[in-house]
Design a binder for this molecule. Sequence first.
Ligand SMILES: [Fe+2]
Ligand SMILES: [Fe+2]
Length: 258
Amino acid sequence: MAEAVPSPRTDDTKAPDEQKKVHRAETKTKTTVEAKRQGPTLEIIKADERVRTYIRSANQQTGAIGYTEHGERHANTSADGARFILKSLGHEARRCELGAIAAYLHDIGNVITREKHGQTGALLSKDILDALGFPTEEVAIVMGAIANHEESEGGLPVSAVSAAVIIADKSDVHRSRVRNPKTTAFDIHDRVNYAATASEIKVSRKEKLITLELTVDTEVAPIMEYFEIFLPRMMLSRRAAEFLHCSFALVINNTRLL
Ligand SMILES: [Fe+2]
Ligand SMILES: [Fe+2]
């Protein structure tokens, strides 16, 4: 009897393997019609010439002093993450939009100086949001979120929007953020970022759990180095999750560590 020819393994993801390795390259969540009806949106912010120029310059300047990528990629990833967190937890459409806007703008203060960039960024954003017609109440929420995103500047979650911005920002650890072309010249930050080949936020509304899942190449950086750098960020993320009435979990290479 002739042996049955095995059928080729079908890929039901409809996505090439490489795409799975990219850190949230595509926007998972979009501005809803409801949020658009209620006021200006992230799209208006992204199209604004001042915002584009400041983020571009902030990225160049952080690069000049040896920091990882802080440009549109990080802004988009953070915006997408913050919106995703709030939406997954069932927050109203307008709050999800404000989360995305605050996250998109959170590092804009680097155009002035790295030090206190949360606070300078909040004030820079205020002028832009005012000019674009955002209601003062929304400007206040966004300012508070931007000013409180940095653990090294005493940032703490002060609103649901702020909590979502913190988690989305701190979870953006990825190889693509490293700008140093020489792996032999990597410092510990470069090494840890370079070691992260995949990073994903998961939100379970039912379990009230926010999980950061990372895939780390331990040949590039041992897990201990990750903790050396990221423990304060993870502690702030945990406080942010608590603000959202959730627990926070950190999973690295399929092992839960926090
Ligand atoms: Fe920052
Ligand atoms: Fe950031």
